[in-house]
Design a protein around this ligand. Sequence first.
Ligand code: IFM
Length: 454
Amino acid sequence: MTTIQGTPHATQPASRPLTRADFPAGFQFGVATSSFQIEGATHEDGRKDSIWDTFCREPGRISDGTSGEVACDHYHRWPQDLDLVHSLGVDAYRFSLAWPRIQPDGRGAVNPAGLDFYERLVDGMLSRGLRPYATLYHWDLPQALQDVGGWDNRDTAHRFAEYAHIVAARLGERVVSYATLNEPWCSSILSYQLGQHAPGLQDRRAALSAAHHLLLGHGEAVRALRSVVPGAELGIVLNFSPTYPATGSPEDRAAARREDGEFNRWFLEPLLLGQYPADIWQSYGTDVPDIHPGDLETIRQPLDFLGVNYYTRGFVSASGQKPAGASYTQMGWEVFPQGLTDLLLRLSRDYPAPPMFVTENGAAYPDTLSGETVHDTERVQYFAAHLEAVRQASLQGVDVRGYFAWSLMDNFEWAYGYSRRFGLVYVDYADQTRVLKDSGRWYQALASSEAPNP
Ligand code: IFM
C-alpha cells in the first residue's frame, strides 16, 4: 500500500449545476442523522442512560453545557421529519438506532416500546417511498455496559451481536441496508484515548482494546445479521482522513504514513485484509490489543458495502506547516474536495473494497436565520464541490453507489453541543421550528432532477 498522494489534477467543478444524470443509474441520494443527536426523549418509554447521557452530565465535557435530552425532539416529531426528508426528493434516509431504547441494560430483556418506535419509523419511511439505511451503533452505548468496562470489555462485542440480531429479527428486510458501526475510530480512540467523547478516558491501551472489540462486535454482528436478513445489504461505516505530506521530505512522508496508519489503516485493514498494519502494530508496543485465535477471521466478514465518511484530509508536516490558501469550516476542518476523489480511488485500487457509499459528508458554518431561510452559500459550495469529487471518482471507475449529506437537520454535535450546525435544515431549538436552508433547496433541486435511464 502506498501513502496517498494528491492526484495531479484538481477537481474541476462542472460548469453547470449537477443533476442526477451526472451519476450512475441507481445512484442513491440521501440524508443522514443519528439517534442521540436528534431524538431527545432520553428517558421515555423505557430508555435508560447511554454513555452520552452520563457524559453530558459531567461538568466541562460539552462546550455549551447542553445535552441530548431534547435535541431535535425527533422522537415525537418523526412523522413531520420524515415528511421533510421526503420533500427533499431523496431516495434514502440513513438513521441510527439507540441501543438503550431497545435493550436498556445492554443485555437481556428487550424493551418492546423501543423496537416499536423504530418499526414505526421504518414503516414511515417505506410509506413515503424512502429506503431505510440503518446504523446499529452510532456511539450511544448503554451505560450499564460501560459500568462493566464498555468496549474495553470483550463481552461487549458479544452483547452487540445479540442486539443486532434482536433488531434485525424485528425490522427484517424492510431495512434495505444495515451498517454495524459508525466511525469506530471515534468510539475508541477519540473516546478512550483522547478523552473528547464518552466515556472520556485517556488510556491508549484501553482505546486499542476498545477498537479491537468494536471490530470484533462488527464481525459477530454481520454473522448474526446474515442469518436473519440474508437479503439485506450489510456493511460498516468508517471515517477517513486521507493524509498528505506537506512536502516530499522523508520526515513529512513518514509522519503522513504513520498518521494514515493510525487513523485509516488500523480500522480498514483488519476489516478488508484480516490483519492489523504491521508498522503501526509495532509502534504501539505493549498497548496492542489482546487478539484471540479466530478474531481476525471474524472481523474480516464479506461485506456488501463500505460506508465512507469524509469531511477533510490530514495535512501532515513535521515542521507544523499549514496548507497554502486553504479554507476551513467552523470545525476548523480544511475544505479539500480532492481528498474525497483520491480516497475513493485509493480504496478501490489498493484494497479489495466492496461497493462504496459516501455515508456522510457535510460542513458546519455559523448560520443565521434571515427571514424565512438561511443563506448558507459556503455550505452549498461545499456540497457541490464534494459531489463533484464523487462524480470524478465514479468517472474513473470507482463503484460508488450513493451519497448521504450530513445532516438532514442541525443537531447535537457531541462535545460541541448545539454550537455547530451541519443541517440542510435549520433547527430553531427554542420552538423546534425547521427551516430549509439554501443548501437544502440546492440539494433538493439535485435530488429532484431527472434520473438517468437504467
Ligand atoms: O456529527 C458527526 C456524526 O455524528 C459522525 N460523523 C461526523 C459528524 C460531524 O462531526
